[in-house]
Design a protein around this ligand. Sequence first.
Ligand code: F6P
Length: 326
Amino acid sequence: MGTIKCIGILTSGGDAPGMNAAIRAVTRSAIYNGFRVKGIYRGYEGLITGEIKEFQTQNVSNIIQQGGTILKTARSKEFETPEGRKKAFETMQKEGIDALVVIGGDGSLTGARIFGEEFNIPCVGLPGTIDNDLFGTDTTIGYDTAMNTIIECVDKIRDTATSHDRLFFVEVMGRDAGFLALNSAIASGAEAAIIPEDRTDADQLEEFINRGFRKTKKSSIVIVAESPKDGGAMHYAERVKNEYPQYDVRVTILGHIQRGGRPSAHDRILASRLGCAAIEALMEGQRNVMIGIQNDKIVYVPFTKAVKNDKPIDRSLIRVLDELSI
Ligand code: F6P
């Protein structure tokens, strides 16, 4: 590929609040710096089928405050095949798109890496996922908003928990990661968090009960990270019903409420900074990198690192939660 004249942008995987702010930033920064921009709809699906539209600055007006993604999103099975990616490459040639900015999570950036390497295309990624599970960036677009949504819900649940002296298990998203669960537990004053990173031999429920969680309180909230492996909040509630029938237990699964809504100021600013940095990275000749943020500074993280290394949870946060939930 020669010099970049036209940049394609797409959102892929689960939507996350702040994706629109990122689309706006990438589009405007690209145009500001003399590039043409094409919006690709429905993630990699649109790259395969050619659902693409040239963007001017007005196409991204009035979207910074909106949740979801105006470009729509998908998890494309076809793009996982060499045939699908070949079709996508042909679309890029036909449309005159020279480089790609992909906004998404783990799977989306993995797709960008494979595609970029296969066809020698400059691809840069922006971390867009509520799960915050990408290595090399302190935070991802959508994470802060999702966490704020969770604590708003937990505050409400606490009213009932307190009034009825109940033990609530509140299940939050995160796929295989416990960032949302652990930090929302701290932020909402929950009594415990059950997270996949802490799934050792120790039984997290038993530990929690043995700590004597009712010594000082009559109601409790436990945030449980979703887990297809052990069944999540329902599983723990069932166990309490069977093993500790003295407790009045309830479950709330927050579900997709966590993914929607107006992005927080934090996510809007993050998305705006990362979007501008994506264009700067392409101008510097970067490729196959995710634009991340570390200690408030923009960093380039090779796709291979961002998606492969399991981002570690800060274990001192577990201690904070334990100490404050006495
Ligand atoms: O990756 C974002 C996420 O919301 C995860 O937390 C969750 O496991 C998954 O997507 C749900 O995906 P879907 O919207 O396809 O059900």
